[in-house]
Design a binder for this molecule. Structure first.
Ligand code: NAD
Ligand code: ZN
Length: 362
């Protein structure tokens, strides 16, 4: 089966998301972008380079020239240094304003290549070829690009929409199990913030998801992208509703930073989500049973739900550096009920402390 979703913001930008089980249909998509006179640089990391040849084969007859650039895998390389090296590569290869970058990899490659595309020659086109569950369900859609700066997450960035997002779901077969679980944190997030029935569906299909049955993964990725697409179409620049997608991210980013990126992004989001649900319980919006259920669901998808070896005061201090601050206040995402999130700027340090104490050593 081969599915397509179209993302369209007031006709000012518009692109397709293709869901398929190989790169066979990539050429047909590239034809729509009219690249026959254009150079393409396929950028990947040292792990996703296993798909480079396949992508080159499916690209070369549809563009004037195919180039590639590989950088070392890992969040620690999502930096301006890597961007600088890529700029140098593009300049040497005479990439001009009409040429195109491909981001072949997970969220690190997608964010970094997207940012390079946003800034090189004041902006060139790029295509997302996500290869992790996290990048398929979240980071490849919506046009947020950027890099970390001095270990501050996504401190430097730009909004820049891709021209096409092509997902070869078969690439998930080589993804390590922990990375698959990391992506599940963002999938479950959609259930909490918007789609209670999807949250139930995830629980009902738990085993088939963890066994990575193709049809069920396709449905899960598709439904996640549909949710993301609808949010970013309504609020592309995060003036309001899009902030709901940051459930679990304020404390999650703080943990991610303090752990020196040894925990994966989705793992940190899972931890932050449990903390946010705890705060929602303390405010009387959710029940203790719902919190216990959330913990068991998140755990069942192979995700951590607690912190060990971190200082709570340091975590709270680190949240103050998160860029989601507005006039000195942190914008927290809480759950009014399962499937309905709200933005709240009144969360106190004491509430954070109580939530962090609750998840400590869990
Ligand atoms: P990642 O890109 O680091 O990929 C995880 C690991 O898996 C890496 O080692 C990578 O080389 C490897 N890998 C990727 N695909 C593989 C495959 N098919 N087979 C084998 N190995 C593979 O991390 P991620 O979890 O995809 O993305 C996390 C990043 O995404 C974070 O930097 C986060 O801030 C960002 N993010 C951005 C957005 C956004 O809207 N732009 C949203 C969510 C997350
Ligand atoms: Zn995230």
């Amino acid at each position: 089966m081969h599915e397509i979703l179209n993302v369209n913001y007031n006709n000012s930008w518009c692109y397709d998301i293709i869901f398929h089980n190989s790169y066979d249909k990539l050429g047909a998509e590239l034809e729509k972008l009219e690249l026959s006179n254009r150079k393409v640089c396929i950028v990947c990391d040292s792990n996703t380079s296993i798909y480079l040849q396949d992508v080159i084969e499916n690209t070369k007859n549809h563009v004037a020239f195919v180039d590639s650039y590989v950088f070392p895998a890992g969040e620690e390389n999502k930096t301006l240094d890597t961007v600088k090296n890529l700029y140098e590569h593009l300049i040497k290869a005479h990439f001009d304003r009409n040429d195109v970058l491909f981001a072949l990899g997970g969220g690190v490659v997608g964010d970094l290549v997207g940012y390079t595309a946003a800034t090189y020659l004041r902006g060139i086109r790029f295509v997302q070829l996500p290869t992790t569950l996290l990048s398929m369900v979240d980071s490849s859609v919506g046009g947020k690009t950027g890099v970390d700066f001095d270990a501050y997450k996504n401190m430097v960035g730009a909004f820049h929409q891709p021209k096409c997002v092509y997902m070869n779901l078969a690439t998930l077969q080589t993804l390590p199990a922990e990375q698959f679980s990391s992506g599940m944190a963002e999938v479950i997030k959609y259930g909490y913030i918007k789609e209670a029935p999807f949250y139930q569906w995830l629980q009902d299909n738990h085993d088939r998801i963890m066994n990575q049955e193709y049809e069920i993964i396709l449905e899960m990725v598709y439904r996640s992208c549909l949710c993301k697409k609808e949010v970013v179409e309504r609020d592309p620049h995060e003036k309001g509703e899009r902030a709901l997608l940051n459930l679990g991210h304020t404390l999650g980013h703080a943990v991610e930073k303090l752990m020196n990126f040894k925990l994966f992004h989705g793992q940190c989001v899972a931890i932050g989500t449990v903390a946010a649900i705890h705060m929602s319980v303390m405010r009387g919006m959710l029940s203790m049973e719902e919190l216990e259920e959330a913990i068991s669901v998140i755990r069942s998808f192979g995700l951590p739900v607690g912190i060990t070896g971190l200082d709570i005061t340091e975590i709270i201090a680190a949240t103050k550096n998160d860029k989601k601050m507005e006039a000195g206040k942190i914008k927290f995402i809480l759950l009014e009920k399962i499937g309905n999130a709200i933005i709240d700027s009144t969360v106190t340090d004491d509430e954070m402390r109580a939530a962090l104490e609750f998840i400590q050593n869990k």
